[in-house]
Design a protein around this ligand. Sequence first.
Ligand SMILES: Nc1ncnc2c1ncn2[C@@H]1O[C@H](COP(=O)(O)OP(=O)(O)OP(=O)(O)O)[C@@H](O)[C@H]1O
Length: 619
Amino acid sequence: MGSKAGGSSLDLWSEIVGADAPQQQHQQIEVMYRRRKPQINQKDLNPRQSDVSRPRSNRVSLVDPNKRVSWNRSLSTRGRTSIAVGACMVYQPELKKEKRKGKPAIPKGKFIAAPNFEKERAYFEEVDAFELLEESPSPKKVGTWTIGNENYNGQVPHLCSRLEKWLLSRKLNLSCGPSSTLSKILDTPARGLETIYDVDLCSLRLRTSEKSGEVDPHHHTIITESSNTLLDNGLFEGNINLPTDKMSTQDDEDSVNLEAAVKKLSLASTSTLAEEHFSPFSALLEICGQSVPSKFQDVLSKYCVPETIVKVGEGTYGEAFKVGSYVWKIVPIDGNFRVNGEVQKRSEELLEETVLSKTLNYLRINDGDAHNSCGIFIETIELSVCQGSYDTSLIQAWENWDENHGSENDHPKVFPEKQCYMVFVLQHGGKDLESFALLNFDEARSLLVQVTAGLAVAESAYEFEHRDLHWGNILLSRSDSETLQFTLDGRHMLVKTYGLIISIIDFTLSRINTGDDVLFLDLSSDPDLFKGPKGDKQSETYRKMKEVTEDWWEGSFPRTNVLWLIYLVDILLTKKSFERTSKNERDLRSLKKRLDKYNSAKEAISDSFFNDLLVVHVT
Ligand SMILES: Nc1ncnc2c1ncn2[C@@H]1O[C@H](COP(=O)(O)OP(=O)(O)OP(=O)(O)O)[C@@H](O)[C@H]1O
């Protein structure tokens, strides 16, 4: 295999030993669900829902079968209920009712028989007894970068203050152009966090709580090397490129003065200037390099001829279309009516997701110098804000898909002329794990090693936690390459693919430290997320995350990545059928047990399960 190429390769992982656990096999009875939507056992369905003539029988609202509101769907309103409902909510619960009478029944759920129910029984009894040990929570407010937005009230998703300042400064002085760290993230491809910190030191420095001795987690300390003149003029740009060595000689007194000045400016900004010049929507436009929203047609024409567009998937918020060789994820935003039973996302939320996606793009750089790199996080090619009714080519593609798959989403004809959308132009990542047919155990373990290695790399680079890695958010495609390179803390690893390439998507719930700010969603404002069906692996994983984080979502808890790895092993064992021996199943169960001891994907990647899938190159 290509994994041995390169001469001086050492298998360092083999020294990590993990004793196999007792190998009982048990049966598990578990609800299935799709993405964040729980699937209820047939016996739990009322007759109407279980009627095979209803193509949506696998998506059952726990509240009202006609209304797509469930424990998981309420995610969409997390932290923004007050905005959406208070401002302009027009609830349309009946939107889906008139749809597609007489449509052929095409159930979407994959009901895969467990390979050996009897064998599984013993195991799952063991697994059930094997509840995760009490997590050892990370100490709060220590060791993470403090965050900005002192006005954060737990209801509005956090938008990094750095972003606000950058955007504000762009408004105030467009001729300066963006040169802050954030703009670098937005304008250029991948770079490691350590580099970002370096760059940032030339314009701004963030202090950790530890370093500054501050205890307020919402206090964002900014120290600049800028001149007071700039500050006095209100033209703070974070754009003063002093050499780092000069930065390091800055004395504390100056820092304190400047800090106070910046704080003053910041306060003035939020109360007056920002209100006049800054809105999340205009910020979104800025990020996309637009001054006004585009028309679908204009952006589409850059990528393909409209007739070739095909819908490839759908989520709670977005529709996914293959446009040329890319995938467009189209998310309606800021509208005052529900779509797919959900309050539309607001610009604020999309701001965070766009910055996060762009930051993860940095990991894709693999120029030999990268300290951390991998290609597993889906590449964001372009971001665009569009406005108008849905384009006819997209509607046609939507209807074709609906005929074949039975869409659960509202027909896009509901969108009025003034509707705005966030368009993510993404690398095509293949099929999601839910619908992908894995062939054999080698493919399954390559899936696991790629996800684990990718999370380890992103943890190391950005303190990244995905926090929603269910089987709709893992994409798979086949390829000829035998190995993939991951670089973790400067060590180059080749990972065996067995012909499978994995991509991770959907960073809505993710947490990241961009080097400027910690971006995260405060899930404590969405209690329903944690009320999913008991025993359901996905809902249990949200609950375990809550235990681990102690509901402090801002903090760094890479253990949440491990929780999703455990979930993935469960999914492979119980929801996916592929060629495997009983030894293979034992190996997976043993891995699951050992995973429980790890506090990060970085620790997990050293597990013996991955030994012969990884080769570390010492350079
Ligand atoms: N880059 C991509 N390549 C291929 N398919 C994609 C891509 N992005 C999204 N999809 C398809 O669209 C589906 C929905 O995407 P995504 O999960 O990002 O939307 P969402 O609205 O955030 O979903 P949810 O919140 O319900 O998980 C995916 O499960 C996948 O099938």
